[in-house]
Structure formats: structure tokens, C-alpha cells
Design a protein around this ligand. Structure first.
Ligand code: HEM
Length: 579
């Protein structure tokens, strides 16, 4: 096993790593003989396999008089065992791999660190390993499959900003996501991605999002009103509310109207079809969890006739039908300037301009896939973000109270029934509240809704001091960087909105990784931040939130499927405020 002594000296943006490895120092330059190296590795493997098979043949032949087929069978078996356990699990990772100089998490490469990864919260084992071994680490999936995780400023900047198109999402991961999210901007790569991003950018600019503010207020106020009616029907002042489901409904309605000028109405229709589709996708039964895990490696298993596959197919067809319905209803008017201020209208107009200038623009199918992408990426993420924020506010009543006071000071209209429900007041800018800004940032740092992203190199590259060959799978984990003590200091694991008043010098650049960075960063960041703030204002001005101890702590049961969500939702006691 390799031994490492990693000194991670963080000097501003410069990180030095010194490593003692039994095979010598890390390579600093892109290796000129890299192609030869790979070819040699194949030759060496075949040679070794034949050599061992030959020895074996000699021994078997010398001591038995059995048929030739048995001897050949034994040799193939022997060669296969040697390949899997000798070559892949031992010789290749420790003596041949071009990644062998990267600090490696100790363990047996036959099953690697796989069990830590699948049994713990997404990103938590890597957080531990990065604290121990520095900003670049290598670990193993079963049978010596190498994985890298990068959590230092230099490496993250390289992958997200300097050379982002060398690091697309792996094809297998995309195939898995594509069923529900369509082949929109989230999954496009290279030039296609740049083109789509250009067509979408104006819709997500500051003025574009400001124009949507009334929709955020309308739906946020509506949700709190629907709750209040339920309280009144039950004649209660305090009720237990599962906030994740409600927030999912609310953000779905918001993306429907703000995104496409279309009313989904999932807040008012309990059995809404679109909401049901996403519920089917996020089924966390043990068998669905196993099948989703298997499918990420072998997409072909999506054709097996299991309940989970039937559910996903049903969800997919509901989502595709809805995306087509929205486009058919809205595209024509949007292109001809008769639409409203929604994102689809702006995209359609921009697309028309792009086509008029002779460039390719988006086809109808591409537009449909964008609608699928925004429906999925645009609602579940923010709903999860607000859910975790409410959970943390219930855990920290002093922060909740301070925030409520700030909301009262700036948005008094929210504390009176008549003014609260008056659309004339639904223009207020939530970005003017400094404490709200800190609470949202801290909550998004502390529990990032998208805890990780995975990439695979398309050509050889150099990241920091290391040579990274084509095809290497690399993880970037917000759930690591957002909590790394190297960035955030010794209080990294505490929820404290006031930390944003005086951040350590090290907490700059890519330390806050919730929305990624560079051309692949979240295009909906401003949309999400505005929506999250408005939802918190609307809820905290009407209700006080307390933990519900009848349910286990949701932080102990986080599940990852694209988004880091509480397995059983978040159940909070909500008490109507006496104003
Ligand atoms: C708090 C809420 C949100 C968080 C934490 C979040 C986070 C992220 C992250 C980390 C990525 C990069 C994913 C990757 O490349 O693997 C991403 C991409 C994306 N997000 Fe968000 N997101 C949020 C809300 C939204 C909203 C509301 C929308 C749309 C209205 C949206 C639309 C997108 C799109 C289209 C991409 C793909 C961008 C590209 O590849 O160019 N997101 N988001």
C-alpha cells in the first residue's frame, strides 16, 4: 500500500503539496510518452496473462491426463482471475496507473471505498479523506476502478473555468438523467452547450428575473394561504407540516408560470399529474434505490420489466406530454412578441433573433427538452434548499427570530392579511435584506442541494501538479468544499449566518461551490436565490417553525438522487403568528 505525507500549505491561492511515494515524486509535466505508456500496459498485461497461463498449462499437463478442453478452460479461468484480482486490483493501481502518484485513500481495491460511499451521506466520506490527504485524492470503486475527487482552489478553477469543456459529464450519468430531464442545456456539451447557453442567458439576467418577482410572491403567498385554510378547517393554531412536499408543489407552480407562462396548479390540486410524475421519480424504496444505483452503471437495465422502471417510464411520458403541451400552447405567441415576461417567451424571442442572424438556434425538439430541463432542474432544487433552510431555522430559533424582525422592518405589508394578498405589493425586492442574504447563503453552504457533480476527461490534461489521462472520472463535491476547514476555518461544520460578515481569506474563489462555477455553473442561480428569499419571507411572516421531535432528525437521513433530500421529508411544527 502506498504511504503519503501530505503537507497542504494554503498560501492564498497557492497550494503546495509534497508527497512521499514509494514510486517517486509526482509528475509535473504532461508526459510526452503517455500513449506509449498505455500501449505498453496492454502488452504487459497480455504477456503476463500468457506467461501465467503457460506455467499453469505446464503444471496441469505434467500431473494429469485429462482432456485439452479442461486445460484450456482452467487457463482462461486463471487468466481472468489474474486480470481482475492481480492486474486490476493490485498491479495496475499501485504500479502502473498514471494516477498512482495522487494521494490515495488506503483500503482494499477489490471493493475499494464503495461501501463507505453508498452507506454514508453523499460527500461525507470524501470530506473526511480530503481533510486527511489534501485537495487531490484518489479512491477506488470495486475492482480497482479509480476515482478522483478534487477540492482545492487550483483544481476546481481549472476544471470549471480554465478548461471546462474538457470535463463533460460521463455518458452513463447522462443517460440516466436524460430520461427525466431531457437533453437540454444541463446535458448538452461543447459547442451545442455554448449555443444553448447563449440563447438562454438573457432570460436569466438580473432584469429578466426582476420581471418575474410578482410570480414568486403570488405563489409564495398562495401557499401560506392554503396552509392557513387548512389550519382554520381543523381549528388549530399549531400543525405538523411536511414542508418538502408543499415546497415542491409551490416551486413547480412557480417554474410553470415564471418559466413558461403556464398554470400547473399543483398547490391547489392535491392529485396533480405533474407533481405525481416527480414523486414517482423520487421513490426511495430500498428496491428503487438499488435499481437506480445499478442503472447508473448499466443503463441497459432500464429495460427490465420492474415496477421502478415502469414508474420512471410513466413519469417520463407525463413530463414529455406536459412539455409538448406547454410548447404547443405558448411557442407561437412567444415568438411573435405576444407572450408575457416568462422565460420561454424570452428564449423564443432570442432564438428567433439568433436564427435571423444566420446561426442555427434551437429546434422544436431542443426547445421541448429545455422545457423538461427547467421543469425538473428548476423546482426540486429550490424546494429542497428552502426545506433545509426551514429545518435549520427551526433548529436555531434565535436566527429565525432575528430574520423575522428584519422581514417585518422591510416588508411590513406581509404582516397584514389585506396588504399581504394585494398584488400591488408583489414587486418588493428581497435582495435588499442583508440578514436574509446571509441566512440563505449559509443554509446553501451548510447543506448544498446538489452535493456533487461528476466529470470525465475527454483528452489528457494537467491539473495542478498531476497528469490526468483521458477517460479519468473526477468528482467535484459541493458537500466537501462547502465544509472544508482549509477554506472555512475550524467552524466549517457549524451553521452560523454571521460568518459571512467576516470570512477568512481562504474562503474565496471556489470555496462556496453550491452553484458550481464557470460556463457550466447554474444558469438559474439568480432565479433560485430570489425565489428562495421570497418563499422564506412569505412563510416566516405568517408562521413560527419548531422541530417536530416525533420524527427523526432529517439531517441523519439524507438521500441523494441528483438532489440531497431528506428521506422522509421535513416535518415541522408550524404555529400561526399572532401579529
Ligand atoms: C437552490 C437551487 C439550485 C441549486 C443549488 C442549483 C445548483 C446547480 C448546480 C450545482 C448545477 C451544475 C450541475 C452540473 O453541471 O452537474 C446547476 C446547473 C443548472 N441549473 Fe441549477 N440550481 C438551483 C436552481 C435552479 C433553478 C431554479 C433553475 C431554473 C430555473 C436551474 C437551472 C439549471 C440549469 C439549466 C443548469 C445547467 C446549466 C449548464 O449546464 O449550463 N437551477 N444548478
Amino acid at each position: 500500500m502506498a504511504t503519503f505525507n501530505v503537507n497542504n500549505v494554503n498560501d492564498g491561492n497557492i497550494q503546495t503539496v509534497s508527497i512521499n511515494h514509494r514510486r517517486g515524486a509526482p509528475r509535473r509535466m504532461v508526459s510526452p510518452d503517455r500513449y506509449i505508456h498505455r500501449e505498453i500496459s496492454v502488452v504487459v498485461f497480455i504477456g503476463l496473462a500468457l506467461f501465467t497461463a503457460g506455467i499453469h498449462c505446464f503444471i496441469v499437463g505434467a500431473y494429469t491426463v485429462h482432456r485439452v478442453s479442461r486445460i484450456i478452460g482452467a487457463h482462461i479461468l486463471f487468466a481472468a482471475v489474474f486480470y481482475v484480482f492481480g492486474w486490476r486490483c493490485y498491479i495496475h493501481p499501485y504500479y502502473w496507473s498514471e494516477l498512482r502518484h495522487i494521494p490515495t485513500v488506503p483500503g482494499c481495491p477489490i471493493w475499494g471505498q464503495f461501501f463507505d460511499i453508498i452507506t454514508e451521506e453523499c460527500g461525507v466520506p470524501q470530506r473526511r479523506w480530503h481533510h486527511q490527504y489534501g485537495p487531490y485524492i484518489r479512491y477506488f470503486f470495486p475492482f480497482g476502478a479509480e476515482r478522483l475527487s478534487i477540492a482545492g482552489e487550483e483544481g476546481l478553477r481549472h476544471m470549471t473555468q480554465r478548461n471546462p469543456y474538457n470535463y463533460p459529464k460521463p455518458v452513463r450519468a447522462k443517460k440516466w438523467m436524460e430520461r427525466i430531464l431531457g437533453e437540454g442545456v444541463l446535458l448538452a456539451e461543447g459547442e451545442t452547450h455554448a449555443l444553448q447557453r447563449k440563447a438562454l442567458a438573457p432570460a436569466f439576467s438580473g432584469p429578466g428575473i426582476r420581471a418575474l418577482t410578482p410570480v414568486f410572491w403570488e405563489k409564495a403567498v398562495l401557499m401560506s394561504k392554503v396552509w392557513k385554510e387548512s389550519f382554520e378547517r381543523q381549528n388549530k393554531k399549531v400543525l405538523s407540516v411536511e414542508v418538502l412536499d408543499w415546497l415542491n408543489r409551490c416551486t413547480l407552480d412557480i417554474i410553470g408560470k415564471a418559466g413558461f407562462g403556464y398554470e400547473i396548479n399543483s398547490l391547489t390540486e392535491r392529485n396533480n399529474n405533474v407533481r405525481r410524475a416527480y414523486q414517482l421519480v423520487f421513490n426511495f424504496s430500498p428496491s428503487a434505490r438499488i435499481q437506480h444505483g445499478v442503472q447508473a452503471f448499466w443503463p441497459v437495465t432500464k429495460h427490465l420489466p420492474t415496477q421502478m422502471n415502469r414508474d420512471v417510464e410513466e413519469a417520463r411520458s407525463i413530463i414529455i406530454d406536459k412539455a409538448m403541451e406547454i410548447l404547443n400552447a405558448r411557442l407561437n405567441e412567444a415568438e411573435n412578441n405576444r407572450g408575457g415576461k416568462d422565460i420561454l417567451t424570452l428564449i423564443a424571442r432570442e432564438n428567433k433573433n439568433i436564427k435571423a442572424s444566420g446561426e442555427e438556434g434551437l429546434s422544436f425538439d431542443e426547445m421541448r427538452d429545455q422545457v423538461m430541463t427547467f421543469l425538473g432542474a428548476g423546482h426540486d432544487t429550490t424546494a429542497t434548499a428552502v426545506t433545509w433552510a426551514l429545518h435549520l431555522l427551526a433548529q436555531h430559533p434565535e436566527v429565525q427570530e432575528k430574520l423575522r424582525e428584519e422581514i417585518r422592518k422591510h416588508f411590513l405589508f406581509l404582516f397584514e392579511e389585506a396588504t399581504r394578498n394585494d398584488p400591488k405589493n408583489w414587486y418588493h425586492d428581497p435582495h435588499k435584506l442583508p440578514y436574509l442574504e446571509k441566512v440563505c447563503r449559509e443554509s446553501l453552504r451548510f447543506i448544498p442541494p446538489i452535493p456533487m457533480t461528476v466529470r470525465q476527461t475527454v483528452t489528457d490534461d494537467q491539473i495542478g501538479p498531476y497528469f490526468i489521462p483521458k477517460g479519468t472520472v473526477i468528482y467535484m463535491l459541493a458537500n466537501v468544499t462547502n465544509r472544508l476547514k482549509d477554506f472555512w476555518g475550524p467552524t466549517a461544520d457549524e451553521f452560523n449566518p454571521d460568518r459571512w460578515d467576516e470570512l477568512p481569506d481562504t474562503a474565496q474563489g471556489h470555496a462556496y461551490f453550491t452553484f458550481l462555477a464557470g460556463p457550466r455553473s447554474c444558469i438559474g442561480r439568480k432565479f433560485a436565490e430570489t425565489e428562495m428569499k421570497i418563499l422564506l419571507c412569505a412563510l416566516l411572516s405568517k408562521y413560527e417553525f419548531y422541530p417536530n421531535f416525533e420524527w427523526e432528525d432529517p439531517e441523519e437521513h439524507k438521500m441523494w438522487r441528483l438532489v440531497l433530500r431528506p428521506l422522509e421529508g421535513v416535518h415541522l411544527h408550524a404555529k400561526i403568528l399572532e401579529n
